[in-house]
Design a binder for this molecule. Structure first.
Ligand code: FAD
Length: 445
């Protein structure tokens, strides 16, 4: 059972560790089965094709692991967090690309050796065989997606462009499935192999469809989310409160975020993640957004009464991961939103909040934060200043001066990527145990 809102977990396996065990068990069990299938299926037409088969089978396994990592399964997401799952998805993705390319290269080399033909001639001959062609197309899509996901390219692309290209992976998935189904070295090697590969594909694909399509559609049909209030917090920050039916049944927690669409107001493909800026009370959900681009800036014009399509809640930045009675909450700029929500859920007292902003005028939701901290008997430090100043507040010594007992606390950090990285590095240098450190990055990929 999960810890309730204000419990501090003691003596049990930390949720994140339990989820990692579950994932590793899944990976290891499947690796053992795949190795067993490989070694019992006999060799290929030559040594190179045998090795090619080895890489092909592992590429299929990696592809199916990818589906699980992005399926947004609530149990995994709440324990590991979508940001960390996305980082793993990224690394598994690059591994998948190299495994696929090695497989493809060895298949061409294997047949070229067998037929005593050139690699180019063999490549085009194989492209004429539907099963191979499907595999080649799937591999080509994976390479294109990996190329646009490389940091240097990704930074130059609009989120929507990158995401649109990424969606081609679903086409690759279909092509890879047909490829694997048609070629003779996996599904067709034995009755057990057929059952195993069907079960694995159905499980991974079922998880993806459930997490990405069925659950969001069902939740939106059930809750019928609707904009109840739009409040301008400042020139460039707006809060939107959304109500719906039976919101007490929505398993949302303070610190989590949702992916929001406002159909009729924005294009249907525009979906943006925003944290809950108030703890869910069973009657409404609130987001608070800083205007960055068109979608966030346009929120101030969303009409009250319009429908909202809400995916989630997602994220592991919650009190589920509390290990200590004391907490230090660190927010930078609009990163205050999940921290503000967490303040409503935290146990009374022994709370310190560090809120970093350029100037006091930039401190979004500051009145609410002050009231909540005071009500909890906590301490708030509003740290004003700019990046690059001579004595940055999140350097280890300065952090320690502000909160001398920080190693005894759970530390929650949310802010711009650079600030979050500085804080995390200082916490490492101050030897704060990793299980006490919880970060939310406002970036998924
Ligand atoms: C988990 C999470 C929680 C967040 N919570 C808040 C919050 O509470 N308040 C707040 O003001 N901001 C929050 N953000 C940031 C917010 O999502 C972006 O500022 C917003 O989506 C920008 O969209 P835009 O179209 O207005 O701007 P654009 O100019 O289109 O986008 C600016 C940048 O925002 C990012 N972005 C845009 N769309 C998405 C998307 N669908 N998924 C991931 N990143 C995207 C991209 O890096 C993009 O380059 C959060 C982000 C994440 C990942």
């Amino acid at each position: 059972m999960e810890a309730t809102n204000t419990q501090v977990r003691t003596g049990t396996i930390p949720p994140v560790v339990a989820a990692r065990y579950a994932l590793w068990t899944f990976v290891i069990v499947n690796l053992v089965i795949v190795e067993a299938l490989f070694f019992t299926a006999g060799t290929g037409k030559n040594g190179v094709l045998t090795v090619a088969k080895f890489f092909g089978m592992h590429a299929a396994l990696l592809l199916l692991c990818q589906l699980l990592l992005v399926a947004r399964l609530p149990w995994l997401d709440r324990r590991i967090g979508m940001d960390r799952l996305t980082v793993w998805h990224r690394w598994v993705g690059f591994t998948l690309m190299w495994t696929l390319l090695t497989h493809a290269f060895l298949v061409v080399l294997g047949y070229a050796t067998l037929d005593d033909a050139s690699m180019t001639k063999t490549f085009f001959a194989l492209a004429g065989v539907p099963a191979s062609l499907f595999g080649m197309l799937a591999a080509a899509i994976v390479v294109v997606v990996a190329a646009v996901s490389a940091r240097q390219v990704r930074r130059r692309l609009r989120y929507e462009t990158w995401h649109g290209v990424h969606l081609l992976l679903y086409v690759a998935l279909g092509l890879a499935f047909v490829h694997q189904l048609q070629e003779p070295t996996t599904f067709k090697t034995s009755a057990f192999a057929t059952t195993y590969w069907w079960a694995l594909w159905l499980f991974a694909f079922g998880a993806l469809v459930t997490g990405r399509i069925v659950m969001p559609l069902w939740r939106n049909a059930y809750h019928r989310f609707e904009v109840a209030e739009v409040v301008r917090e400042s020139d460039n920050v707006v809060s939107v409160r959304v109500t719906g039916r039976n919101l007490d049944k929505l398993p949302a927690r303070a610190g989590q975020f949702c992916i929001w669409r406002f159909p009729g107001h924005n294009h249907w493909w525009l979906a943006n993640p925003f944290s809950l800026s108030a703890a869910p009370d069973g009657r409404s959900l609130r987001l608070t957004a800083k205007a960055v681009g068109n979608a966030s800036a346009g929120l101030r014009n969303v009409p009250v009464g319009s429908r909202a399509f809400v995916e989630g809640p997602y994220g592991a930045f919650t009190a589920l991961h509390r290990t200590r009675p004391g907490a230090l909450l660190i927010a930078g700029g609009v990163g205050i939103t999940p921290v503000r929500a967490l303040l409503e859920e935290e146990p009374a007292g022994d709370i310190v909040v560090l809120y970093r902003v350029r100037s006091e005028d930039d401190a979004v939701l500051i009145d609410e934060v002050r009231t909540l901290v005071a009500a909890r008997g906590g301490r708030l430090h509003l740290l004003t200043g700019r990046t690059g100043e001579t004595s940055p507040p999140f350097e280890p010594d300065n952090l320690l001066a502000l909160v001398p007992d920080l190693a005894e606390r759970d530390v929650y950090v949310c802010g711009p990527p650079a600030m979050t990285s500085t804080v995390l590095s200082s916490l490492r240098r101050l030897k704060v145990p990793q299980q006490q450190v919880h970060a939310e990055r406002f970036g998924l990929a």
